[in-house]
Design a protein around this ligand. Structure first.
Ligand code: PEP
Length: 248
């Protein structure tokens, strides 16, 4: 039985004052069957982990470097995230793939660095609109999944997030059939490669999840939760998404 996961990605949003939103999520996060995660900007991680103390909210980073240390100005290692209080890290978000040229091999190396530091890697996959419209979605997802997921992935150290690039921050959401097709495809690929661990890995849907569409998305086969951007910035919205997931 896979535990569900409501994960928020604050992206490059939030300063100390915004931690009041995190405080206001603590009661809603006190659920029986759902894990809750907020990935804050790196400078907020240590304060966020203090704010979340005593609650069911885990804190994560949004990226880490593949190397343990060295001459990489501005980068953050997995060990530094752990030291600041993180338990998870997002790897391969499409904004990192596009803005920073991250390849599948780089995403796999970052995920391996996460494992080496006992962080859970939330590995993101997703097709562009052009790839969707030209019928390449499953090929793209299959290639990203194979190339971005290290051989050492397990049900405990890895979460997969399917995020169609064209649905992120746009208000556009795939049909439930399209979500099911991709999630079932990812599950089959994970089970074939990792056996029972592949069956146990959680697969999140991400892309314009809101309180108004959460319930129907969470009812789709092999959707084990959500990775939420904009709607994770406000406690009222994210709390409603947690509740939708906890009853689904
Ligand atoms: C995301 O940042 O991963 C995301 C899915 O964003 P949004 O929910 O705003 O589309």
């Amino acid at each position: 039985m896979r535990r569900k996961l409501a994960a928020g990605n604050w992206k490059m949003n939030g300063v100390t004052a915004n931690l009041s939103e995190l405080s206001n999520m603590k009661d809603a996060a006190d659920t029986k069957q759902t894990d809750v995660l907020i990935c804050t900007p790196a400078p907020l991680i240590s304060r966020a982990s203090v704010t979340a103390e005593g609650s069911n909210i885990a804190i994560g980073g949004q990226d880490c470097h593949a190397n343990a240390s060295g001459a990489h100005t501005g980068d953050i290692s997995a060990e530094m995230l752990v030291d600041a209080g993180a338990d998870y890290v997002i790897t391969g978000h499409s904004e990192r793939r596009v803005d920073h040229g991250e390849t599948d091999a780089i995403v796999a190396a970052k995920s391996s660095s996460a494992y080496a530091n006992d962080l859970v890697a939330v590995i993101c996959l997703g097709e562009s609109l052009q790839e969707r419209e030209s019928g390449q979605t499953l090929d793209v997802i299959g290639t990203q999944l194979a190339g971005s997921t290290p051989d050492a992935a397990t049900a405990d150290n890895t979460v997969i997030a399917y995020e169609p690039v064209w649905a992120i921050g746009t208000g556009k959401v795939p049909t439930l059939e399209q979500i099911a097709e991709v999630h079932d495809f990812i599950r089959a690929g994970l089970t074939e490669r990792f056996g029972d661990d592949g069956d146990g890995m959680r697969i999140l849907y991400g892309g314009s999840v809101k309180p108004s569409n959460a319930t129907e998305i969470f009812a789709v086969s092999n959707v084990d939760g959500a990775l939420v951007g904009g709607a994770s910035l406000k406690a009222d919205d994210f709390n409603a998404i947690i509740s939708a997931l906890d009853v689904s």
